[in-house]
Design a protein around this ligand. Structure first.
Ligand SMILES: Nc1ncnc2c1ncn2[C@@H]1O[C@H](COP(=O)(O)OP(=O)(O)OP(=O)(O)O)[C@@H](O)[C@H]1O
Ligand SMILES: [Mg+2]
Length: 305
C-alpha cells in the first residue's frame, strides 16, 4: 500500500511543486512506483512533467466531482514508474462546488484508497492555501512534507503551520504524521540561510530532513523543458539533492517497517536484507499500525503531529 504524502505549505513559492516533481521522479528512479496528484488549479506539476495546457484533457476535477473512472484520468508521466493525475484551472471550481457536498473533505481520500495498492508512494502537490482542496489532501494523507524556504521569519511560519495541522489532526485526520520539514532554496553563501537552517534544526530537531535543497538554477529551468531535473541535468546540485531526499524518505520508511516488525515480533530480525521496494510497500500498513499507539516522535524522521 502506498504511503500517501501531502506536500503542503500555505505560503506560496516555497518549493512545493518543485519537490513533488523531483522527489516523485527520484522515488520512481529508485524503483518505487509513484503517483503524483496535482491538487493545485495552477497545474504547475502537470506542466512541469511535460503536459502543456489542453482543455480536452481529463483532470482531477472530473475524478473528484464527476466520478469519472480514475483509469481514464491517470497519465503515464513518461518516466519509468511515475504516473500523474493532472489538474488545470477547472479545479478552482471544485474548491467552491465541494462546499455543498456531503463528505466534502473526504472525496480525495475515497479516490486515493481505490488506487493505493498500485503504488509505493503517492505525493499530493497542494495549492498555497488552506481551502477545501488542501483539506481533502490532508484527509487523504498518511503524512505531510513541509517545504520551507530558508528566509527571514521561516521559524514563525512553520510554527503557525504546525499549529494549524495539529488542529486539523483533531478533526479531519487523527493519524496524520509529519514526514519531515524540508529546507529549500538554501544558499550557503548567505549567513541568513545558515542561521535559519540552524534555528529550524534546533527547534524541530529530527523532524527536519537531513537533506537540504540548495538554490539551483537547473531546478528553476527544468519545468520549462517539461521534465524533472534529473533528466535535464543529472549532475546538477538540484538533481543530486532530490535523489538524496528520496533515499532519506525510503530509509525512513524502512525504519518504520523495522520498528513495526520489532513491535510485532519482540525485536526479532527486523531490518536485515529487506529490499527498499518491499519495505516501502509495507510502510503504509505499518504506518497505520504505528499511529494507533500515538507515541509522538518515533525518531525515524516521521512523527505524529
Ligand atoms: N531549489 C530551488 N532553486 C532555485 N529555484 C527554485 C528552487 N525551488 C523552486 N524554485 C523556483 O521557485 C519558484 C517557486 O517554486 P515552486 O513552484 O516549486 O513553489 P510552490 O510552493 O509550488 O509555489 P506555489 O505556492 O505557487 O504552488 C519556481 O519558479 C521554481 O522553479
Ligand atoms: Mg506549486
Amino acid at each position: 500500500m502506498a504511503r500517501v504524502i501531502a506536500i503542503t505549505n500555505q505560503k506560496g513559492g516555497v518549493g512545493k511543486t518543485t519537490t513533488a516533481v523531483n522527489l516523485g521522479a527520484s522515488l520512481a528512479a529508485s524503483e518505487q512506483r509513484t503517483l503524483i496528484i496535482d491538487c493545485d488549479p495552477q497545474g504547475n506539476t502537470t506542466s512541469a512533467l511535460g503536459f502543456p495546457k489542453d482543455p480536452a484533457r481529463r483532470t482531477l476535477y472530473q475524478a473528484l466531482m464527476l466520478d469519472e473512472p480514475i483509469d481514464r484520468i491517470i497519465l503515464d508521466a513518461q518516466v519509468d514508474g511515475l504516473d500523474i493525475i493532472p489538474s488545470d484551472k477547472n479545479l478552482v471550481g471544485a474548491a467552491v462546488e465541494l462546499v455543498n457536498l456531503e463528505n466534502r473533505e473526504y472525496r480525495l481520500k475515497a479516490l486515493v484508497s481505490g488506487i493505493q495498492a498500485r503504488y509505493n508512494y503517492i505525493l499530493i502537490d497542494c495549492p498555497p492555501s488552506l481551502d477545501l482542496l488542501t483539506l481533502n489532501a490532508l484527509a487523504a494523507s498518511d503524512s505531510v512534507l513541509v517545504p520551507i524556504q530558508c528566509e527571514y521569519l521561516a521559524l514563525e511560519g512553520v510554527s503557525e503551520l504546525l499549529d494549524t495541522l495539529m488542529r486539523l489532526r483533531r478533526t479531519i485526520n487523527p493519524s496524520l504524521a509529519i514526514e519531515g520539514i524540508l529546507l529549500t532554496m538554501y544558499d550557503d553563501r548567505t549567513t541568513l540561510s545558515k542561521q535559519v537552517a540552524a534555528d529550524l534544526r534546533s527547534f524541530f530537531g529530527a523532524q527536519v530532513f537531513e537533506t537540504v535543497i540548495p538554490r539551483n538554477v537547473r531546478l528553476a529551468e527544468a519545468p520549462s523543458h517539461g521534465m524533472p531535473v534529473m533528466f535535464y541535468d543529472i549532475h546538477s546540485k538540484g538533481a543530486e539533492s532530490y535523489i538524496q531526499l528520496a533515499k532519506e524518505v525510503i530509509a525512513n520508511a524502512q525504519k518504520r517497517v523495522g520498528q513495526g516488525i520489532e513491535r510485532a515480533d519482540s525485536g526479532a530480525g527486523a531490518d536485515s536484507g529487506s529490499s527498499a521496494s518491499a519495505a516501502a510497500a509495507g510502510a503504509g500498513s505499518v504506518g497505520s499500525a504505528s499511529t494507533s499507539d500515538d507515541s509522538g516522535s518515533d525518531g525515524s524522521g516521521s512523527s505524529t503531529i
